[in-house]
Design a protein around this ligand. Structure first.
Ligand code: ZN
Length: 93
């Protein structure tokens, strides 16, 4: 897996789950944040989605179920969890 550099967001976006203020973003595809891009929170590791205004919204359970199958997402979450030294959280709506 190729490590992509972090891109500084034009405006800090709070995580819709925990409120953590993200100032950087690791795009899975391309270099720019696009509507529909997934953001994995550095703090709580929950995935959020950039909307058409590039603001973060909570992912739905269906989206999370889908994302959980993506090896790129799994790799990021596992890396964050090991960085924080904790086990994955279970479920949240
Ligand atoms: Zn969070």
């Amino acid at each position: 897996m190729v490590e992509r550099p972090a891109h500084r967001l034009k405006a800090a976006e709070p995580c819709p789950f925990c409120g953590y203020l993200a100032t950087r973003h690791f795009p899975l595809d391309g270099d720019e944040v696009k509507p529909g891009d997934v953001s994995i929170c550095f703090n709580c590791t929950w995935p959020s989605i950039f909307d058409e205004n590039r603001r973060l919204r909570r992912s739905t359970r269906e989206e999370r179920d889908h994302l959980a199958q993506d090896p790129r997402v799994r790799a990021v979450v596992i890396r964050l969890l090991s960085h924080h030294g904790r086990a994955p959280l279970l479920s949240k709506n």
